[in-house]
Design a protein around this ligand. Structure first.
Ligand SMILES: Cc1ncc(COP(=O)(O)O)c(C=O)c1O
Length: 378
Protein backbone atom coordinates (compact mmCIF):
# COMPACT_ATOMS: atom_id res chain seq x y z
CA UNK A 1 0.00 0.00 0.00
CA UNK A 2 1.36 3.43 -0.85
CA UNK A 3 1.37 6.40 1.49
CA UNK A 4 -0.54 9.50 0.38
CA UNK A 5 0.79 12.59 2.13
CA UNK A 6 -1.76 15.33 1.52
CA UNK A 7 -0.29 17.85 3.96
CA UNK A 8 2.90 18.28 1.90
CA UNK A 9 3.59 21.87 0.89
CA UNK A 10 3.32 22.38 -2.87
CA UNK A 11 6.96 23.56 -3.03
CA UNK A 12 8.15 20.11 -1.90
CA UNK A 13 5.99 18.22 -4.34
CA UNK A 14 7.07 17.23 -7.85
CA UNK A 15 4.04 17.98 -10.03
CA UNK A 16 3.92 15.93 -13.21
CA UNK A 17 1.17 17.67 -15.14
CA UNK A 18 0.11 15.49 -18.05
CA UNK A 19 -3.39 16.95 -18.50
CA UNK A 20 -2.46 18.84 -21.66
CA UNK A 21 0.42 20.29 -23.64
CA UNK A 22 -1.21 23.68 -23.01
CA UNK A 23 0.34 23.54 -19.51
CA UNK A 24 3.81 24.61 -20.64
CA UNK A 25 5.26 27.78 -19.13
CA UNK A 26 7.30 30.14 -21.32
CA UNK A 27 11.03 29.40 -20.96
CA UNK A 28 13.67 32.03 -20.12
CA UNK A 29 14.56 32.50 -23.79
CA UNK A 30 10.91 33.25 -24.62
CA UNK A 31 10.54 35.69 -21.76
CA UNK A 32 13.70 37.47 -22.88
CA UNK A 33 12.49 37.61 -26.49
CA UNK A 34 9.15 39.01 -25.31
CA UNK A 35 10.86 41.72 -23.27
CA UNK A 36 13.08 42.74 -26.16
CA UNK A 37 10.54 42.43 -29.02
CA UNK A 38 10.41 45.24 -31.57
CA UNK A 39 6.73 46.08 -31.88
CA UNK A 40 4.24 48.29 -33.74
CA UNK A 41 0.48 48.42 -34.33
CA UNK A 42 -0.37 45.11 -35.92
CA UNK A 43 -3.88 46.21 -36.97
CA UNK A 44 -2.01 48.61 -39.27
CA UNK A 45 0.29 45.73 -40.27
CA UNK A 46 3.19 47.56 -38.62
CA UNK A 47 4.41 45.09 -36.02
CA UNK A 48 7.72 43.75 -37.41
CA UNK A 49 7.78 40.77 -35.04
CA UNK A 50 4.26 39.71 -36.01
CA UNK A 51 5.19 40.18 -39.67
CA UNK A 52 8.26 37.99 -39.10
CA UNK A 53 6.32 35.13 -37.54
CA UNK A 54 3.67 35.30 -40.27
CA UNK A 55 6.38 35.07 -42.93
CA UNK A 56 8.08 32.21 -41.12
CA UNK A 57 4.76 30.39 -40.71
CA UNK A 58 3.82 30.81 -44.39
CA UNK A 59 7.19 29.28 -45.36
CA UNK A 60 6.73 26.40 -42.93
CA UNK A 61 3.20 25.72 -44.15
CA UNK A 62 3.95 26.27 -47.84
CA UNK A 63 1.06 28.73 -48.07
CA UNK A 64 1.02 32.13 -49.78
CA UNK A 65 0.38 33.96 -46.55
CA UNK A 66 -0.28 33.48 -42.83
CA UNK A 67 -2.04 35.34 -40.02
CA UNK A 68 -1.25 35.47 -36.31
CA UNK A 69 -4.39 34.91 -34.19
CA UNK A 70 -5.10 34.53 -30.50
CA UNK A 71 -5.90 30.83 -30.33
CA UNK A 72 -6.60 27.63 -32.20
CA UNK A 73 -10.33 28.12 -31.63
CA UNK A 74 -10.18 31.55 -33.24
CA UNK A 75 -8.10 30.15 -36.11
CA UNK A 76 -10.70 27.48 -36.81
CA UNK A 77 -13.66 29.85 -36.54
CA UNK A 78 -12.08 32.48 -38.79
CA UNK A 79 -11.25 29.80 -41.36
CA UNK A 80 -14.80 28.44 -41.34
CA UNK A 81 -16.14 31.99 -41.71
CA UNK A 82 -13.82 32.68 -44.66
CA UNK A 83 -14.84 29.49 -46.44
CA UNK A 84 -18.55 30.13 -45.75
CA UNK A 85 -18.65 33.88 -46.18
CA UNK A 86 -22.07 34.01 -47.85
CA UNK A 87 -25.10 32.57 -46.04
CA UNK A 88 -26.39 29.02 -46.47
CA UNK A 89 -23.06 27.22 -46.23
CA UNK A 90 -22.63 23.81 -44.60
CA UNK A 91 -19.50 22.20 -43.25
CA UNK A 92 -18.58 18.58 -42.61
CA UNK A 93 -16.64 17.88 -39.43
CA UNK A 94 -15.69 14.80 -37.45
CA UNK A 95 -18.01 13.87 -34.57
CA UNK A 96 -14.96 13.56 -32.30
CA UNK A 97 -13.17 16.64 -33.59
CA UNK A 98 -12.15 19.56 -31.42
CA UNK A 99 -14.33 21.77 -33.63
CA UNK A 100 -17.32 19.59 -32.82
CA UNK A 101 -16.68 18.90 -29.13
CA UNK A 102 -14.91 21.87 -27.62
CA UNK A 103 -15.54 25.06 -29.60
CA UNK A 104 -19.09 25.79 -28.42
CA UNK A 105 -20.49 25.26 -31.90
CA UNK A 106 -18.95 28.60 -32.84
CA UNK A 107 -19.65 27.94 -36.53
CA UNK A 108 -23.39 28.00 -35.70
CA UNK A 109 -23.35 30.47 -32.80
CA UNK A 110 -21.23 33.13 -34.42
CA UNK A 111 -21.12 32.40 -38.14
CA UNK A 112 -24.60 30.99 -38.91
CA UNK A 113 -22.99 27.97 -40.54
CA UNK A 114 -24.72 24.58 -40.42
CA UNK A 115 -22.57 21.64 -39.36
CA UNK A 116 -22.97 18.01 -40.36
CA UNK A 117 -20.96 15.51 -38.36
CA UNK A 118 -19.14 12.56 -39.85
CA UNK A 119 -18.10 9.38 -38.05
CA UNK A 120 -14.55 9.57 -36.70
CA UNK A 121 -12.63 6.29 -36.80
CA UNK A 122 -10.22 5.17 -34.11
CA UNK A 123 -7.21 6.39 -36.10
CA UNK A 124 -8.60 9.95 -36.31
CA UNK A 125 -9.65 9.66 -39.95
CA UNK A 126 -13.21 10.33 -41.06
CA UNK A 127 -15.14 7.43 -42.55
CA UNK A 128 -14.95 8.33 -46.25
CA UNK A 129 -18.26 6.68 -47.17
CA UNK A 130 -20.03 8.54 -44.39
CA UNK A 131 -18.27 11.74 -45.43
CA UNK A 132 -19.43 11.41 -49.02
CA UNK A 133 -22.96 10.54 -47.96
CA UNK A 134 -23.23 13.77 -45.93
CA UNK A 135 -22.52 16.04 -48.92
CA UNK A 136 -25.62 17.93 -50.04
CA UNK A 137 -26.36 17.18 -53.67
CA UNK A 138 -29.56 19.18 -54.04
CA UNK A 139 -28.17 22.72 -54.16
CA UNK A 140 -29.35 25.12 -55.70
CA UNK A 141 -32.82 23.58 -55.19
CA UNK A 142 -34.48 25.77 -52.57
CA UNK A 143 -34.68 22.89 -50.05
CA UNK A 144 -30.95 22.46 -49.64
CA UNK A 145 -27.99 24.19 -48.15
CA UNK A 146 -24.65 24.14 -49.93
CA UNK A 147 -21.84 21.94 -48.63
CA UNK A 148 -18.67 23.99 -48.86
CA UNK A 149 -16.04 22.68 -46.51
CA UNK A 150 -14.53 19.53 -45.01
CA UNK A 151 -12.58 19.96 -41.76
CA UNK A 152 -9.89 17.48 -40.76
CA UNK A 153 -7.83 17.32 -37.56
CA UNK A 154 -4.17 16.24 -37.60
CA UNK A 155 -2.91 15.11 -35.14
CA UNK A 156 -6.23 14.07 -33.64
CA UNK A 157 -6.76 15.14 -30.05
CA UNK A 158 -9.61 12.90 -28.82
CA UNK A 159 -8.23 9.89 -30.66
CA UNK A 160 -5.04 10.19 -28.61
CA UNK A 161 -2.75 12.14 -30.91
CA UNK A 162 -3.25 9.82 -33.89
CA UNK A 163 -1.63 11.16 -37.04
CA UNK A 164 -3.46 11.02 -40.37
CA UNK A 165 -1.33 9.43 -43.13
CA UNK A 166 -0.54 11.49 -46.24
CA UNK A 167 -2.31 8.87 -48.37
CA UNK A 168 -5.53 9.56 -46.45
CA UNK A 169 -5.14 13.31 -46.83
CA UNK A 170 -4.79 12.73 -50.57
CA UNK A 171 -7.95 10.61 -50.64
CA UNK A 172 -9.93 13.38 -48.95
CA UNK A 173 -8.47 15.92 -51.39
CA UNK A 174 -9.66 13.81 -54.34
CA UNK A 175 -13.12 13.52 -52.83
CA UNK A 176 -13.26 17.26 -52.10
CA UNK A 177 -12.21 18.06 -55.68
CA UNK A 178 -14.91 15.76 -57.08
CA UNK A 179 -17.54 17.86 -55.27
CA UNK A 180 -15.78 21.27 -55.51
CA UNK A 181 -15.33 21.46 -51.74
CA UNK A 182 -12.59 23.15 -49.73
CA UNK A 183 -10.59 21.51 -46.95
CA UNK A 184 -9.60 23.19 -43.69
CA UNK A 185 -7.08 21.44 -41.48
CA UNK A 186 -7.26 21.93 -37.74
CA UNK A 187 -3.56 21.39 -37.28
CA UNK A 188 -3.36 22.55 -33.68
CA UNK A 189 -0.58 19.96 -33.41
CA UNK A 190 0.47 20.00 -37.06
CA UNK A 191 4.17 19.99 -36.16
CA UNK A 192 3.68 16.87 -34.04
CA UNK A 193 2.00 15.24 -37.03
CA UNK A 194 4.80 16.27 -39.39
CA UNK A 195 7.47 14.97 -37.03
CA UNK A 196 5.64 11.69 -36.62
CA UNK A 197 5.34 11.24 -40.40
CA UNK A 198 8.92 12.40 -40.98
CA UNK A 199 7.77 15.06 -43.45
CA UNK A 200 7.70 18.87 -43.61
CA UNK A 201 4.45 20.49 -42.40
CA UNK A 202 3.94 21.80 -45.95
CA UNK A 203 3.73 18.22 -47.23
CA UNK A 204 0.63 17.73 -45.08
CA UNK A 205 -0.81 21.16 -45.81
CA UNK A 206 -0.48 20.70 -49.60
CA UNK A 207 -3.76 18.75 -49.54
CA UNK A 208 -5.67 21.56 -47.79
CA UNK A 209 -7.04 24.99 -48.68
CA UNK A 210 -6.38 26.42 -45.23
CA UNK A 211 -4.76 25.35 -41.99
CA UNK A 212 -4.45 26.56 -38.43
CA UNK A 213 -1.78 25.51 -35.95
CA UNK A 214 -1.11 26.44 -32.33
CA UNK A 215 1.99 27.92 -30.74
CA UNK A 216 0.69 27.41 -27.22
CA UNK A 217 0.59 23.61 -27.12
CA UNK A 218 3.65 21.39 -27.51
CA UNK A 219 5.61 24.30 -28.95
CA UNK A 220 5.42 25.92 -25.53
CA UNK A 221 4.57 29.56 -26.32
CA UNK A 222 2.16 31.24 -23.89
CA UNK A 223 -0.32 32.48 -26.52
CA UNK A 224 -1.11 32.29 -30.20
CA UNK A 225 -1.90 30.35 -33.31
CA UNK A 226 -1.42 30.91 -37.03
CA UNK A 227 -3.71 30.46 -40.01
CA UNK A 228 -2.19 29.68 -43.39
CA UNK A 229 -3.79 29.97 -46.82
CA UNK A 230 -3.85 31.87 -50.12
CA UNK A 231 -3.28 35.66 -50.08
CA UNK A 232 -6.95 36.58 -50.59
CA UNK A 233 -8.05 34.07 -47.94
CA UNK A 234 -5.67 35.61 -45.40
CA UNK A 235 -6.81 39.13 -46.34
CA UNK A 236 -10.39 38.05 -45.58
CA UNK A 237 -9.22 36.30 -42.43
CA UNK A 238 -7.64 39.53 -41.24
CA UNK A 239 -10.95 41.36 -41.62
CA UNK A 240 -12.80 38.64 -39.70
CA UNK A 241 -10.13 38.54 -36.98
CA UNK A 242 -10.83 42.23 -36.35
CA UNK A 243 -14.59 41.59 -36.33
CA UNK A 244 -14.13 38.93 -33.63
CA UNK A 245 -12.08 41.26 -31.47
CA UNK A 246 -8.79 39.59 -32.34
CA UNK A 247 -7.09 42.65 -33.78
CA UNK A 248 -4.24 42.93 -31.31
CA UNK A 249 -2.02 46.00 -31.35
CA UNK A 250 1.60 45.53 -30.16
CA UNK A 251 1.19 41.77 -30.50
CA UNK A 252 4.91 41.37 -31.24
CA UNK A 253 5.46 40.69 -27.54
CA UNK A 254 3.46 37.49 -28.07
CA UNK A 255 4.79 36.67 -31.52
CA UNK A 256 8.37 36.92 -30.14
CA UNK A 257 7.73 33.94 -27.86
CA UNK A 258 6.15 32.17 -30.82
CA UNK A 259 9.29 32.62 -32.92
CA UNK A 260 11.40 31.02 -30.19
CA UNK A 261 8.82 28.21 -30.02
CA UNK A 262 9.04 27.60 -33.77
CA UNK A 263 12.83 27.58 -33.75
CA UNK A 264 12.92 25.01 -30.94
CA UNK A 265 9.97 22.94 -32.12
CA UNK A 266 11.50 19.79 -33.49
CA UNK A 267 13.95 19.02 -30.69
CA UNK A 268 11.23 19.55 -28.04
CA UNK A 269 8.54 17.59 -29.81
CA UNK A 270 10.88 14.68 -30.55
CA UNK A 271 11.54 14.28 -26.84
CA UNK A 272 7.80 14.45 -26.08
CA UNK A 273 7.07 11.71 -28.61
CA UNK A 274 9.89 9.59 -27.22
CA UNK A 275 8.67 9.98 -23.62
CA UNK A 276 5.04 9.26 -24.53
CA UNK A 277 6.03 6.07 -26.32
CA UNK A 278 8.32 5.00 -23.46
CA UNK A 279 5.47 5.50 -21.01
CA UNK A 280 3.07 3.45 -23.15
CA UNK A 281 5.61 0.64 -23.46
CA UNK A 282 6.06 0.80 -19.66
CA UNK A 283 2.31 0.55 -19.05
CA UNK A 284 2.07 -2.41 -21.39
CA UNK A 285 4.92 -4.09 -19.50
CA UNK A 286 2.91 -3.79 -16.26
CA UNK A 287 0.49 -6.33 -17.79
CA UNK A 288 -2.28 -4.99 -15.60
CA UNK A 289 -5.78 -6.29 -16.39
CA UNK A 290 -7.06 -2.95 -15.05
CA UNK A 291 -5.36 -0.65 -17.52
CA UNK A 292 -4.35 -1.26 -21.10
CA UNK A 293 -2.61 0.74 -23.76
CA UNK A 294 -1.33 -0.09 -27.24
CA UNK A 295 2.08 1.52 -27.80
CA UNK A 296 1.69 0.89 -31.55
CA UNK A 297 -1.00 3.59 -31.72
CA UNK A 298 1.03 6.20 -29.85
CA UNK A 299 1.85 8.29 -32.91
CA UNK A 300 2.81 11.53 -31.17
CA UNK A 301 2.69 13.09 -27.68
CA UNK A 302 -0.49 11.55 -26.24
CA UNK A 303 -1.35 8.29 -24.51
CA UNK A 304 -4.88 7.02 -23.87
CA UNK A 305 -5.27 4.60 -20.96
CA UNK A 306 -8.23 2.23 -21.34
CA UNK A 307 -9.55 1.19 -17.94
CA UNK A 308 -11.41 -1.85 -16.62
CA UNK A 309 -14.93 -1.43 -15.17
CA UNK A 310 -13.69 -1.27 -11.59
CA UNK A 311 -11.43 1.70 -12.39
CA UNK A 312 -13.49 4.81 -13.20
CA UNK A 313 -11.42 7.43 -15.02
CA UNK A 314 -12.34 10.21 -12.59
CA UNK A 315 -11.24 8.09 -9.66
CA UNK A 316 -7.97 7.04 -11.26
CA UNK A 317 -7.13 10.70 -11.95
CA UNK A 318 -7.91 11.56 -8.34
CA UNK A 319 -5.61 8.79 -7.07
CA UNK A 320 -2.83 9.83 -9.44
CA UNK A 321 -3.20 13.40 -8.21
CA UNK A 322 -2.66 12.47 -4.57
CA UNK A 323 0.76 13.46 -3.35
CA UNK A 324 2.74 10.31 -2.75
CA UNK A 325 6.16 9.60 -1.30
CA UNK A 326 7.74 6.96 -3.52
CA UNK A 327 11.09 5.56 -2.49
CA UNK A 328 13.75 8.20 -1.90
CA UNK A 329 12.41 10.52 -4.61
CA UNK A 330 10.59 13.78 -3.98
CA UNK A 331 6.83 13.26 -3.33
CA UNK A 332 4.97 13.13 -6.63
CA UNK A 333 1.55 14.21 -7.85
CA UNK A 334 0.51 13.23 -11.38
CA UNK A 335 -2.23 15.19 -13.13
CA UNK A 336 -4.20 13.45 -15.88
CA UNK A 337 -7.47 14.09 -17.71
CA UNK A 338 -10.49 11.77 -17.83
CA UNK A 339 -11.68 11.58 -21.47
CA UNK A 340 -14.69 9.37 -20.82
CA UNK A 341 -15.91 7.12 -18.01
CA UNK A 342 -13.08 4.60 -18.56
CA UNK A 343 -10.48 6.42 -20.60
CA UNK A 344 -7.76 8.75 -19.34
CA UNK A 345 -5.60 10.99 -21.51
CA UNK A 346 -1.98 11.83 -20.77
CA UNK A 347 -0.10 14.42 -22.84
CA UNK A 348 3.64 14.99 -23.03
CA UNK A 349 5.12 18.44 -23.46
CA UNK A 350 8.25 20.51 -22.99
CA UNK A 351 7.94 20.72 -19.21
CA UNK A 352 7.89 16.93 -18.75
CA UNK A 353 11.27 15.22 -18.43
CA UNK A 354 12.34 11.61 -18.79
CA UNK A 355 12.46 11.36 -14.99
CA UNK A 356 8.91 12.78 -14.74
CA UNK A 357 7.84 10.08 -17.18
CA UNK A 358 9.43 7.33 -15.07
CA UNK A 359 7.87 8.72 -11.89
CA UNK A 360 4.44 8.94 -13.55
CA UNK A 361 4.71 5.31 -14.61
CA UNK A 362 5.74 4.22 -11.13
CA UNK A 363 2.88 6.20 -9.64
CA UNK A 364 0.42 4.55 -12.03
CA UNK A 365 1.79 1.12 -11.09
CA UNK A 366 1.32 1.80 -7.40
CA UNK A 367 -2.18 3.24 -7.85
CA UNK A 368 -3.27 0.30 -10.02
CA UNK A 369 -1.98 -2.06 -7.37
CA UNK A 370 -4.17 -0.33 -4.78
CA UNK A 371 -7.25 -1.19 -6.89
CA UNK A 372 -6.38 -4.87 -6.58
CA UNK A 373 -6.07 -4.68 -2.81
CA UNK A 374 -8.99 -4.85 -0.36
CA UNK A 375 -9.98 -2.51 1.12
CA UNK A 376 -8.69 0.02 -1.46
CA UNK A 377 -7.21 3.29 -0.23
CA UNK A 378 -9.45 6.25 -1.12
C1 LIG B 1 -7.14 19.80 -32.09
C2 LIG B 1 -7.35 21.11 -31.43
N1 LIG B 1 -7.84 22.12 -32.14
C3 LIG B 1 -8.04 23.33 -31.62
C4 LIG B 1 -7.76 23.58 -30.30
C5 LIG B 1 -8.06 24.94 -29.72
O1 LIG B 1 -6.94 25.64 -29.38
P1 LIG B 1 -7.04 26.85 -28.32
O2 LIG B 1 -7.08 26.22 -26.99
O3 LIG B 1 -5.78 27.60 -28.59
O4 LIG B 1 -8.25 27.62 -28.65
C6 LIG B 1 -7.25 22.55 -29.50
C7 LIG B 1 -6.95 22.78 -28.08
O5 LIG B 1 -6.60 21.92 -27.34
C8 LIG B 1 -7.06 21.29 -30.08
O6 LIG B 1 -6.59 20.26 -29.37
Amino acid sequence: MYKATEAMSSAQVRMVDLRSDTMTKPCAEMRRAMAEAVVGDDVYGEDPTVNDIQLQAAQLLGTEDALFVTSGTMGNLISVMCHCYSRGGEILIGDESHLCMYEQGGAAQVAGVFTRTVRTLKDGTLDLQDLESKIQHGFPDAHFGETRLICLENSHNRMGGRVLPLSYMMEVRKLADRYHLKIHLDGARLLNAALSLGVKPSEIVQFCDSVSFCLSKGLGAPVGALIGGPKQFIANAKRIRKLLGGGMRQAGVLAAAGIVALNRANENLALDHHNAKAFAVGVQALSSPLCTVDPAVVDSNMVLLMLADKVPAQDLCKQLGHTTQMGSEQPVSVQALPMSSHCVRLVWHRDITELDTKLALEKLRVVLQSYSEEPRLQ
